[in-house]
Design a binder for this molecule. Structure first.
Ligand code: HEC
Length: 181
């Protein structure tokens, strides 16, 4: 197995355990504005907060969206679709302020889907703090294992080559000669 391939597998394993890099991850970046909307709409964080480790703190101008999905009855009741419809069509947005902000700068369907995925994630993590700390511990343990594996790979290589020892021996020899003359 090539080294690149080995690292890719490690990285993918790490990302899937920590659950970042899925659509919710992209939704989080759109929400906080670290990724821009295709049609130039302003990022949600300008007006809204959502408390989640994936995003920076947001504005307090409008409702906190951490529990928005629960507020519309939860995922089982189709809250995801409700919210998605709300943010896709500028004429049926939940506030005139949002209609103004997104008129002519509508979100694409995939952007809306990713945002909803993020809101679902933020909502579920807010209701289950114990789960949250579990996944924190799991990602910590997995991270430690990865570091351990990397260290043992590089550590082994260094020992085999033993460049330092060769340089040290050379220096000892020459300084001994000098002092003799
Ligand atoms: C210009 C400010 C502004 C921006 C930007 C904005 N919103 Fe809003 N949003 C509002 C206002 C105002 C409301 C009405 C509720 C309130 O007064 O807090 C609202 C309501 C909502 C609601 C309904 C909340 C509820 O529980 O009833 C959702 C969902 C929502 N926004 C999602 C978003 C998303 C997702 C984005 C980013 C694509 C976004 N908003 C960007 C101002 C904004």
């Amino acid at each position: 197995m090539s080294k690149n391939r080995f690292f890719s597998i490690l990285l993918i394993g790490y990302l899937s355990v920590t659950n970042v890099g899925a659509d919710a991850g992209n939704g989080a970046r759109l929400f906080e504005g670290s990724v821009s909307f295709e049609n130039g709409g302003v990022s949600c964080v300008a007006c809204h907060n959502a408390s989640n480790a994936l995003v920076i703190n947001g504005g307090t101008l409008a409702k906190d969206l951490t529990k928005a999905i629960s507020g519309y009855g939860g995922v089982e009741a189709g809250a995801g679709e409700t919210v998605k419809a709300m943010i896709t069509d500028s004429s049926s947005m939940p506030s005139p302020m949002m209609t103004t902000a997104y008129k002519g700068k509508e979100l694409t369907a995939s952007e809306a889907t990713d945002l909803v995925d993020f809101l679902v994630k933020a909502d579920s993590e807010a209701t289950a703090p114990s789960n949250d700390s579990n996944s924190f511990i799991i990602s910590g343990v997995v991270g430690a294992i990865i570091i351990f594996v990397l260290l043992s790979i590089f550590g082994r290589k260094r020992k085999r080559e033993s460049v330092n020892q060769a340089m040290y021996d050379r220096q000892i020899k020459s300084s001994w000669k000098e002092s003799k003359e």
